[in-house]
Design a protein around this ligand. Structure first.
Ligand SMILES: *Cc1c(COP(=O)(O)O)cnc(C)c1O
Length: 449
């Protein structure tokens, strides 16, 4: 039995897969912040034309530029593993595979889109990119990509992470980016929050407002988003395409796929290429895994909402907990987002995708078992997919079903060891889904239509 299933560099996919081509219904339209139809000009203030085209494209296959493939080859194709030691520890008849996206220089799947976005901005003549980062994964990925294509990068980093994750900040600086703790007094959005909450620890929604404001206000500067948008999920489909080829090499095909789900990019990335088969009748269950404390798909509503806290972004129809929902300070920073990819939201609403929410302690327990059996220490976000896979593998042990399970190891946890420390000391808690906070936030949804 093979432990690592590897592709040759020459076998790296040449096209991204666009799930829109296989969706039963066209995507719900994006609206301007005031609820009117969006004009391409509005998006042109912050994104290059190629990205806007991809955002609204319904072409099934979109070529990956050679310049992008050249950079991706620094770590891709990423390995697919058979997690036999984990299977043995669980005494399960299930086969467990995982795709290892932790092998990128930034330590997660996020550089897959950062590289593409930096490239399209570069060829459009943009010289600076502004962005936000929560836990630091996205900021690192864009700093790396900006450096490789010669773009300046400015990162608004959520203040609590800026203080808790100094080495993520150092990484961004090593790759040449400027990093500020958000909210800052450099933008109107930041000042507005600081007036109301001088001690604000920041949030992803606030940091997005700051970065979008800067990009919209400067001709040389564009904005780059690390998740949620259609083009980001598109760029991540290279994960699922590779996984499909790798499983074919060992004559296997998954019954279920699990991935952690914050804004939906790594879940869409691994799941969508398999959705193409599902759309043509294949039986496969695609499961998004979220925290019980920020249960966007499992407890949110499907409605038009803003992507940021201040209401500067266009409105997308998505599962949301409300744009001013403040998730509890759980340790999977990448999963603390009020909204969700519009494509995933629509497919989930149509019953074509599944979702499960898992409490924090169970995710760390799973991450520790995975570390002890397979060696790799998963990011707290990735622990959610590990935990959901373990739940299913344990069910298989009871029923005797030899299911084939695949999960996405979206990143490693080397910069999250203080979270593991707190777990070991018994300091972490399970946050129940904050019913009242969600209700309060959902009362502030924009009125549309
Ligand atoms: C950002 C991040 C996530 C969540 O973001 P998605 O867009 O939902 O993929 C998950 N895992 C890791 C390691 C991350 O850095």
């Amino acid at each position: 039995m093979k432990t690592k299933i590897l592709l040759k560099e020459a076998d790296m996919p040449t096209h991204w897969y666009n799930v829109v081509a296989d969706m039963p219904n066209p995507p719900a339209p994006i609206l301007a912040p005031d609820g009117s139809p969006i004009t391409p000009d509005a998006l042109g203030a912050i994104f290059p034309p190629a990205i806007i085209e991809q955002e609204v494209s319904s072409e099934r296959w979109i070529p990956i530029p050679e310049e992008v493939r050249e950079v991706l080859r620094l770590w891709r194709p990423s390995p697919l593993y058979r997690a036999e030691r984990l299977e043995q520890a669980l005494k399960t008849p299930a086969k467990i595979y995982f795709k290892n996206e932790a092998v990128s220089p930034a330590g997660s799947h996020k550089p897959n889109t950062a590289v593409a976005q930096a490239y399209y901005n570069k060829i459009h003549g943009i010289t600076r990119l502004a962005t936000e980062t929560g836990a630091g994964q996205w900021g690192c990925s864009l700093a790396l990509a900006g450096q490789l294509f010669g773009l300046e990068v400015r990162v608004y980093m959520v203040k609590v992470s800026y203080e808790q994750k100094p080495y993520r900040r150092s990484m961004m600086q090593t790759w040449g980016a400027e990093v500020f703790a958000s909210p800052t007094d450099m933008t109107q959005s930041g000042r507005h929050i600081l007036e109301k909450h001088p001690d604000s620890a920041g949030s992803l929604g606030i940091a997005i407002s700051e970065a979008v404001e800067e990009a919209a206000g400067r001709a040389d500067t564009n904005y780059a988003l690390g998740s949620v948008l259609n083009h980001v999920l598109l760029h991540q489909t290279i994960i699922g395409e590779e996984a499909k080829k790798q499983l074919a090499l060992v004559g296997d095909y998954p019954d279920m796929i699990f991935a952690p789900c914050g804004g939906g990019s790594n879940f869409g990335g691994i799941a969508f290429p398999f959705f193409a088969d599902k759309a043509s009748g294949k039986e496969i269950e695609l499961v998004a895994v979220e925290p019980t404390s920020c249960p966007t798909l499992t407890k949110g509503v499907y409605a038009y909402d803003y992507g940021d806290t201040e209401g500067l972004t266009p409105l997308t129809k998505m599962y949301t907990l409300g744009h001013d929902f403040m998730p509890p300070g759980i340790h999977a920073g990448g999963l603390r987002y009020h909204g969700e990819s519009a494509l995933i939201s629509q497919l989930y609403d149509e019953g074509l995708l599944s979702a499960v929410a898992i409490p924090q302690l169970e995710t760390f327990e799973a991450g520790v078992l995975f570390s002890k059996t397979q060696g790799i220490i998963p990011a707290p976000e990735s622990c959610h997919a590990v935990a959901a896979t373990i739940r299913e593998a344990k069910k298989c042990a009871e029923t005797g079903e030899p299911k084939t399970l695949l999960f996405n190891l979206s990143g490693h946890g080397h910069f999250d060891m203080s979270s593991y420390d707190r777990y070991f000391k018994g300091e972490l808690e399970d946050f129940d889904y904050p019913d009242a906070a969600i209700k309060e936030s959902l009362a502030h949804l924009p009125k549309v239509g």
